[in-house]
Design a protein around this ligand. Structure first.
Ligand SMILES: *[C@@H]1O[C@H](CO)[C@@H](O)[C@H](O)[C@H]1NC(C)=O
Ligand SMILES: *[C@@H]1O[C@H](CO)[C@@H](O)[C@H](O)[C@H]1NC(C)=O
Ligand SMILES: *[C@@H]1O[C@H](CO)[C@@H](O)[C@H](O)[C@H]1NC(C)=O
Ligand SMILES: *[C@@H]1O[C@H](CO)[C@@H](O)[C@H](O)[C@H]1NC(C)=O
Ligand SMILES: *[C@@H]1O[C@H](CO)[C@@H](O)[C@H](O)[C@H]1NC(C)=O
Ligand SMILES: *[C@@H]1O[C@H](CO)[C@@H](O)[C@H](O)[C@H]1NC(C)=O
Ligand SMILES: *[C@@H]1O[C@H](CO)[C@@H](O)[C@H](O)[C@H]1NC(C)=O
Length: 389
């Protein structure tokens, strides 16, 4: 009785006190970041469009059959949105421009994609975020590198979807409009949460952690190096095969830690070398002399190095970090019993380069990097290893 009385007295007191509280200005991430939303219906989900360009924004002066020599003409993110009236009937979209003057298409660069990742993290993961998800357009040649990077750094459960096209918009069968729409619908779907970064391409939903470009010209260019697709698009709407899950060996790096390393304002220099018969170990030393602090070697088979072990040992002694993956498109580079460098496990070499960059930027040394790449894999195959101190 007394308790009930006290409780209701408190309720009265707090509701009486409420109007006296100072009124806080409530801003949203959109306002804070100066985003301009396209679309008239403010009840629709807000999807951020991170626009780096790519073939999806490229046109050709060589006619509607050309899908190799294009790039003389270009369109913006806003133009792509204006091409498709279905987009703004389903979502609100704001374009954030991340193109470069010199290379709107294939490459971008570490500094730019790191800036874009920080922007995406702020927009999606801040407490004041009013944004449901993001898509990024990208040149297909390095789309997977940005996918792995963002997937390793942005982890608040909101979807980021990579989109692009293999054919320019001047082509008679441009694939960009459909891929872009599919990607936006995927990012807007409540079912898309907690699945990591995804790629919407050729009516497929492919996991960003595993994705690689498997064909250099076909519109069905992408696929995973392990597992399968997460789902598909039917009527341009996402259909998932399974409930949300994440790769067991996936590691989330701390974005503010990676961003604050005094030596690496963007990301550390890590090169990839491709092994073959008569592999020249001096290439490793040359890379180091040229400023690389890490090297990823696409090894033969299960991460073999045919020749050049002496030079690798020499480079390791002077602080180079080495990760050896496989040049095979599928399958692991599995750990040695007594490691001196890391084997990449199931991480494909292109992605291993990004992971090594993030490891070094996080302050990890060679032994920690070995643990990072090999830890889960060693556990799975019952081959433990304890680094010295
Ligand atoms: C709230 O916003 C108004 C107008 O934008 C401004 O004049 C006022 O100082 C702000 N108050 C606080 C506490 O920030
Ligand atoms: C705005 O979108 C909502 C769905 O979120 C829909 O129910 C409503 O009809 C739309 N309004 C207009 C004017 O189209
Ligand atoms: C978009 O919505 C408007 C109003 O609801 C409707 O008239 C129009 O047909 C829709 N457009 C498309 C492409 O669905
Ligand atoms: C996007 O940025 C690039 C590079 O700064 C610039 O050339 C281009 O005009 C910008 N596009 C838009 C639509 O703002
Ligand atoms: C990245 O952001 C920093 C800080 O705002 C800026 O100085 C730098 O020019 C940006 N780099 C690129 C490539 O956008
Ligand atoms: C991330 O790193 C920053 C230092 O840069 C640290 O303050 C913060 O606690 C770290 N966050 C987590 C989740 O470890
Ligand atoms: C790395 O681990 C090995 C043992 O596996 C040890 O001999 C070596 O001292 C360690 N290096 C560092 C820098 O901790």
């Amino acid at each position: 009785m007394l308790l009930t009385f006290l409780a209701s007295a408190l309720l009265v007191a707090s509701s009486n006190a409420a109007p006296a509280l100072p009124r806080r200005n409530v801003t949203t991430a959109s306002e804070r970041l100066g985003l301009t939303w396209l679309g008239a219906n403010s009840t629709l989900p807000k999807i951020l469009v991170l626009f780096t360009g790519g073939t999806i924004s490229g046109g050709s002066i060589y006619g509607a059959l050309d899908d190799t020599q294009y790039g003389q003409l270009s369109i913006t993110g806003e133009d792509i949105i204006a091409r498709n009236p279905y987009l703004l009937n389903n979502t609100q979209l704001a374009v954030s421009n991340w193109t470069t003057e010199d290379d709107g298409s294939t490459g971008t660069n570490d500094a730019l994609v790191m800036n874009m990742t920080r922007f995406a993290y702020d927009a999606l993961c801040s407490e004041d975020s009013d944004i449901v998800g993001a898509v990024y357009t990208h040149g297909t040649n390095s789309l997977e590198e940005t996918a792995f990077l963002m997937d390793s750094l942005v982890n608040c459960g909101k979807p980021i979807v990579a989109v692009g096209s293999m054919r320019p918009w001047t082509h008679l069968s441009f694939d960009g409009d459909a891929n872009f729409f599919d990607g936006v619908m995927l990012a807007a779907s409540p079912e898309a949460r907690n699945r990591g970064l995804m790629v919407a391409f050729n009516a497929r939903i492919i996991p960003g952690y595993w994705v690689t470009k498997l064909h250099s010209t076909n519109p069905n260019a992408f696929g995973p190096t392990a597992t399968g697709d997460l789902g598909l698009f039917v009527n341009s709407l996402p259909v998932f095969y399974n409930t949300p899950s994440q790769p067991l060996f996936k590691y989330y790096f701390n974005l503010s830690l990676v961003s604050s390393h005094p030596s690496y304002p963007a990301l550390p220099k890590v090169d990839i070398l491709y092994a073959a018969r008569e592999f020249d170990g001096k290439l490793v030393l040359d890379a180091q002399a040229n400023g690389a602090v890490g090297v990823v070697i696409a090894g033969t088979g299960n991460g073999g190095i045919p020749t050049g072990q002496d030079e690798i040992a020499e480079a390791l002694e002077t602080g180079l970090q080495v990760v050896v993956g496989t040049r095979s498109p599928f399958g692991p580079s599995s750990p040695s019993q007594v490691p001196t460098y890391a084997k990449s496990g199931l991480v494909h070499v292109i992605q291993a380069r990004i992971m090594l960059q993030l490891a070094i930027a996080s302050g990890m040394g060679m032994n920690q990097t070995i643990g990072l790449f090999e830890g889960g894999f060693r556990k799975a195959i019952g081959q433990p290893w304890t680094p010295g101190t």
